[in-house]
Design a protein around this ligand. Sequence first.
Ligand SMILES: [Zn+2]
Ligand SMILES: [Zn+2]
Length: 317
Amino acid sequence: MLEIHKIPVHTPYPIGPVNSYLINNRPYTLVDPGPDTEEAKVSLTKRLTSLGVVLSDISRVVLTHYHTDHSGLARWLSGITGAHVYVHKYEVRKLTFDYDFFQERLPFLREAGLPTEVLREILEDIDPVEKPVLPQTGLEILHGGEVLEFEGGSLLTLHLPGHSDGHICLYDEASKNFLAGDFILKHITPNPNMEPDPSDFNKRLPTLSQYLNGLEFLENVGARLILPGHGENIDNSRDAVSRAKKHHRERLAVVTSILEGNSLSVYQVMRVLFPHATGFQIYLGISEAFAHLDCLLAGGNVTKKEIGGVSFFRKAS
Ligand SMILES: [Zn+2]
Ligand SMILES: [Zn+2]
């Protein structure tokens, strides 16, 4: 049996701590070590010590996705322990020194009809934590479907995109424990983050459709306990899946009603959904609005017209 310990690690973000998980079986493995901050290093090391594990015991680090709060400490850990870092192939480019998150998404922000001063407001909302970067050696690329073997058990990697295109979950088929990363959380719904298609950077991935497909998959997995990347465990996966589905169904209905008799840009839709958003929250709001509009467009529920490089959406008649 695998012995899995939850380790809440400090982050400077409004979401609060990130949950790192220690698999206390050889080879000792840490899932999502946390952000690269001194506070995170202290909370992680302290808890590992109380579990009788020293850092040098860690030989594998698995990243569920590239976000700073989950992945930042992978490089530091690998540097001091020699641990190999396991990450999905789509996340690798986003964890390099040269990666420019906004540059890659600028065409979409232009298409959204974002006023210049609002774009500036987003860009000036600087992340307090340095951008995470992968170590140069000891990288293990995941595609989903790999089995990570341990003394006493194994974890199956599952590629479940939607929150990030290279998002990985881990499933212990023996105990039916499901390590979810940010795929599903107890009290909030993860943002279907705007992502360019890795095979054509001018196109957006259908992140909400990908996410809804992932929820269908999770519903059929029959997980007993979900161990999420933030907050409390989820002991009823079917309820959690139906709550997440309901949330998106309702938001799709709200977006459709906003477009009843109106032709609006993504920015205008975002302002109706999140009137008080500031700084980076505006970016997240645009991402949320785009995900739902792209999904409605694919389903024939809305139409899209481009004027001067900006897309305007309207409810289909
Ligand atoms: Zn995330
Ligand atoms: Zn997170």
